[in-house]
Design a binder for this molecule. Structure first.
Ligand code: 13P
Length: 249
């Protein structure tokens, strides 16, 4: 019922030429249906990717919540819309940790993304200390309720959540499929409380954090995991293809 998504988050990697090489070699080998392949690339190469991609959907990795103005170095929703970008990652843990993004700020960004018909991929997840002291669900509740405060969801197909436990990102230590499923199921319950079960059943919830070609099948066998948000492994052409194939249920 929910079409799986395999989204690569390239973070601060790949030049324009490397990205185009990736597209040309990957696209002919992707599954024809059953999965939506997305690449969230550095802003400076988004226009090239949008122009050249035939199969892969293109997303940004961040966006300012303002439409225009004196915000040196920032990129606005108007600019992303003008570039014909489809998705935007919001609230990634690296943005929360290094650029002080709060739930309030992420909430403003989600509202603005929806206003400009950009599909947000909203990241939530606990740090290691929170997992260890048993407050994972409390953290997820605060993050989801904060991010979606006063947000109206008119089309649940256009909202994506990514559960990314911070301790699993870039560490090679993925959450187990049971841990990932528990968290994604809980996030769906939180969304059901906010928007009703019919809406929450349609929202795609991805798992992210050391997803690789070896663990994708088990993660995807879980009922509440609708795909992956992948960092390191999404940079490798062969792995990206395998991961997309692994998402076809
Ligand atoms: P890794 O797949 O490299 O652990 O990164 C996950 C991530 O942060 C995706 O947004």
């Amino acid at each position: 019922m929910r079409k799986p998504i395999l989204a690569g988050n390239w973070k601060m990697n790949k030049t324009r030429d490397e990205a185009i090489h990736f597209l040309l070699s990957v696209e002919p080998n992707l599954p024809k249906d059953g999965v939506e392949a997305v690449i969230c690339a550095p802003a400076i190469i988004l226009r090239d990717l949008v122009k050249r991609s035939e199969v892969i959907h293109v997303g940004a990795q961040n966006m300012n919540e303002n439409v225009s103005g004196a915000y040196t170095g920032e990129i606005s929703p108007v600019m992303l819309k003008d570039t014909k970008v489809e998705y935007v990652i919001l609230g990634h843990s690296e943005r929360r940790a290094y650029y002080n993004e709060t739930d309030e700020k992420i909430n403003l960004k989600i509202a603005r993304a929806l206003e400009y018909e950009l599909k947000p991929i909203v990241c939530v997840g606990e740090v290691l200390a929170e997992r260890e002291n048993g407050t994972t669900n409390k953290v997820l509740k605060t993050q989801i309720e904060g991010a979606f405060k006063d947000i109206v969801i008119s089309n649940p197909d256009n909202i994506v959540i990514a559960y990314e436990p911070v301790w699993a990102i870039g560490t090679g230590k993925s959450a187990t499929s049971a841990q990932a499923e528990d968290a994604c199921k809980y996030i769906r319950e939180l969304l059901a409380n906010l928007y009703g079960a019919e809406v929450s059943d349609k929202i795609r919830i991805l798992y992210g954090g050391s997803v690789n070609t070896k663990n994708i099948d088990e993660l995807m066998s879980m009922p509440n995991i609708d795909g992956g948000l992948v960092g390191g492994a999404s940079l490798k052409e062969a792995d990206f293809i395998t991961l997309c194939k692994g998402c076809v249920k």
